[in-house]
Design a protein around this ligand. Structure first.
Ligand code: NAP
Length: 267
């Protein structure tokens, strides 16, 4: 265990984790085992039944940057961890601005992007709208794993048949002319993904470059079957003075250093 800054009877170091990712969950678990920290994971609330998380959880937007600043101040948050998904651009921008305004130190926790390897047939596109334009040139049947809110980008495509995977049943009819829905939450296996692609006679896979192990099996399965992957590039990270780390244990080390700093300030 790293050097603990816990002082008996002292206030815990309050951490707000902006979550919605496996890394946020890992960090919440690491912090739950350390009494000197009190962590709250914040979820946007888009998933009706998220997987249970260690520590405290809050759900729903903050009401923009002002709302986030108010939350940080009212809850006495000592540090902010932006562990949102690489494609959650708005929340990341809000976190940077709210950290600057509140003075709370901010760390970005972001898993590395996937890199293509020999055998991959990636079509690199800049956003989901560009992926939708590319789909009809790569066959008649596509596997879509871009998230429910992005499906509207494919609504004008009346020719392609889509196999759509979501993590839970949607509350509304999907905006796609021809599709089948499968529900599934990672991690997936390469064997399972290859079987799914074969059974549905998929011609192309559409994916965001999310990175991480949870959903990478579809990329490996596409490679094995020689299928193209229309890969949506990550949005550029907004500039900010804050550091960025790739793993939950790196984030824990950064937080431990922040507790030492607070201890130094209070002496
Ligand atoms: P977004 O466009 O960056 O954010 C839209 C708004 O949703 C934010 O302004 C904020 O509302 C609220 N929000 C987002 N993340 C939040 C969080 N962790 N806690 C509280 N409020 C949050 O976000 P998004 O792309 O819709 O993603 C929503 C959530 O799903 C994120 O937490 C992200 O980590 C997760 N996720 C996203 C993707 C993806 O592909 N985008 C994939 C997997 C998981 P207010 O302005 O009212 O505060």
């Amino acid at each position: 265990m790293e050097g603990s800054s816990a002082v008996p009877g002292s206030d815990p170091f309050r951490v707000l984790i902006l979550g919605g990712t496996a890394e946020a969950e890992e960090l919440a678990a690491l912090l739950a085992a350390r009494p000197e920290f009190e962590a709250t994971t914040s979820l946007a609330g888009l998933t009706r039944a998220p997987a249970p998380l260690p520590g405290k959880v809050r759900r729903g937007g903050f009401g923009g940057i002002d709302g986030l600043v108010r939350y940080v101040e009212a809850e006495g948050i000592d540090a902010l961890i932006d562990a949102t998904h690489p494609f959650a651009e708005q929340m990341t921008r809000h976190a940077i601005e709210a950290a600057a305004r509140s003075g709370a130190p901010l760390l970005r926790l972001e898993r590395p992007a996937w890199d293509s390897v020999p055998g991959d047939r990636w079509i690199d596109v800049e956003d989901v709208a560009a992926a939708a334009r590319a789909v009809p040139t790569h066959g008649a049947r596509a596997f879509l794993t871009v998230g429910r809110t992005e499906l509207r980008n494919f609504a004008a495509d009346r020719k392609t048949w889509f196999l759509v995977r979501l993590i839970e049943a949607p509350g509304e009819v999907l905006p796609l002319a021809r599709h089948e829905l499968v529900i599934g939450r990672g991690p997936f296996t390469e064997l399972g993904e290859a079987d799914l692609l074969r059974r549905h006679r998929i011609d192309a896979v559409v994916s965001k470059n999310s990175g991480g192990d949870l959903t990478s099996a579809k990329i490996a399965a596409a490679r094995e079957l020689g299928l193209p992957v229309i890969m949506v590039r990550r949005p550029a990270s907004p500039p900010g003075p804050h550091p960025s780390v790739p793993t939950a244990s790196d984030a824990l080390a950064w937080l431990a250093a922040q507790t030492h700093r607070r201890l130094g300030r209070s002496k």
